[in-house]
Ligand binder design. Structure first.
Ligand code: HEC
Length: 105
């Protein structure tokens, strides 16, 4: 019985670690999208990048839907914004980028 409990605990830990690393991999891809789309021309993270708006802590400020709106249709978030719109960013890249931004707490 005791060993069954241990086996179970080990299994749960492994599954947990697996999910965490899958999320990390997506966020990692998002980081590459961030670089490829040159978001850093305007935005900084940890002091590196453009001076217009620091994205540090954006993961605690915004909901995923709001981030995606900012990226796809920024004028819907703020009508006079100078933020560049990315209407043609593939869905997969948008999702990865969102996970990356969410990781910035
Ligand atoms: C041409 C400059 C520019 C580029 C390029 C740009 N942004 Fe922005 N972004 C802005 C500005 C300026 C704001 C602030 C909105 C305002 O006040 O107009 C903003 C706002 C945001 C916000 C909302 C932040 C908050 O705290 O409310 C997010 C999220 C964001 N940008 C993400 C991105 C991502 C991701 C990229 C790359 C795909 C990107 N931006 C590219 C200029 C830019």
């Amino acid at each position: 019985m005791k060993s069954a409990i241990i086996a179970c605990a080990v299994l749960i830990l492994c599954v947990g670690a697996c999910i965490v690393s899958a999320v990390d991999a997506v966020a990692e891809h998002g980081k590459q999208v961030y670089a490829a789309q040159k978001c850093a021309m305007c935005h900084s993270i940890s002091g590196a990048g453009g001076k217009r708006l620091a994205l540090d802590g954006v993961g605690s400020r915004l909901k995923p839907k709001e981030m995606q709106k900012w990226i796809r249709t920024p004028k819907e978030m703020k009508s006079n914004t100078t933020m560049k719109a990315y209407p043609n960013l593939p869905e997969k890249d948008l999702d990865a980028l969102t996970s990356y931004l969410l990781s910035l707490k």
